[in-house]
Design a protein. Structure first.
Length: 317
């Protein structure tokens, strides 16, 4: 009996530990639609800190890397500023830029990555192992015929959004879907109309989003059964022109344009978001979930993506 209780306690402790380890220093870009430099804490089960880095490359932005230190579990000291790192960018093995410190543990450059080459980011700091990771920006996704089908009847109501994605054949491809709407706010007396863009709610029941096409409905969903990152892959439509559907309950008020943005994401970016989602599907008796990382000698993620957008004017409310 004592051994059974001890084993149950150990499983619970492992579950608590992995829930703590899941507090990776993750850019909030993963939790929203915008790439930015806001992070949450990252703790580890151990006593020796090591370097971490996060970077998401695309051809529209200059190189940017967020660095950090993985702190031992229970360490409540303030995050250490790291202005003394050497952060280098290599293109197909050739050094092309040294990034400069921009505050808040972020390092930025002046060059933009291109499609085609393999980029390797390296972070070095005295007293720590040098960390590095590589990625290659994919081609922009080919999407077409974005349209809206508003259902008048239904309880609850439903507005369907459709578009086609043309997938390259005989290769694994990974995607992420985002939707926005542009609108306006009525001016105050004597003021001007204020335009804005906001992330739009996306609901789904297609198997590409639920993970049912992979035989495990939990893979792409968290503990609330939500694929919050709206990631999917092409295993059921490889090389085909495939109709993608998402929906919400109503067209946002004051929306004057609705945009679907599809990211063709690198494999490592997909695997990281998928493992992070799975770690949130928390079961205290399950085996710990290891967050995916492609960073050698450290932790974090260096991924990449290319984006395509289509916009439509919504039908009358």
């Amino acid at each position: 009996m004592y051994q059974m209780i001890k084993n149950k306690r150990n499983r619970i402790l492992r579950g608590i530990l992995i829930k703590t380890i899941a507090l990776f220093t993750i850019p909030m870009a993963l939790l929203s639609s915008c790439d930015n430099n806001r992070y949450v804490d990252f703790e580890i089960d151990g006593e020796q800190p090591f370097l971490t880095m996060f970077s998401y490359l695309n051809t529209d932005s200059t190189f940017s890397v967020k660095v950090g230190l993985a702190k031992p579990h229970g360490d409540t000291t303030k995050n250490l500023a790291l202005p003394d790192c050497t952060v280098e960018v290599f293109e197909d093995g050739r050094l092309i830029e040294n990034l400069t410190y921009a505050g808040d543990n972020s390092y930025t450059g002046n060059k933009k990555p291109l499609k085609g080459p393999t980029y390797t980011l390296s972070v070095a700091r005295k007293g720590y192992n040098t960390i590095s990771a590589s990625t290659q920006i994919p081609e922009p996704p080919v999407i077409s015929d974005f349209h809206i089908e508003k259902l008048i009847q239904g309880n609850p109501p439903r507005v369907n959004y459709f578009f086609y994605i043309s997938d390259p054949a005989r290769e694994a491809n990974y995607y992420r879907l985002l939707a926005y709407y542009d609108g306006y706010m009525e001016p105050e007396a004597g003021g001007e109309v204020v335009a804005f863009r906001s992330l739009m709610q996306t609901l789904y029941d297609q198997s590409i989003f639920t993970g049912m096409d992979e035989g495990d409905a939990s893979d792409n969903q968290d503990e609330d059964n939500q694929n919050k990152f709206m990631i999917f892959k092409d295993n059921i439509f490889d090389g085909q022109k495939y109709l993608v559907n998402f929906y919400n309950r109503q067209i946002p008020a004051r929306a004057i344009r609705i945009t679907v943005a599809v990211q063709h994401i690198s494999r490592e970016y997909y695997l990281f978001m998928k493992s992070y989602t799975k770690s949130k599907n928390y079961d205290e008796f399950a085996e710990p979930v290891q967050l995916f990382t492609n960073v050698k000698n450290g932790a974090g993620i260096v991924g990449s993506y290319a984006k395509s957008e289509l916009a439509v004017v919504p039908p009358n409310q």
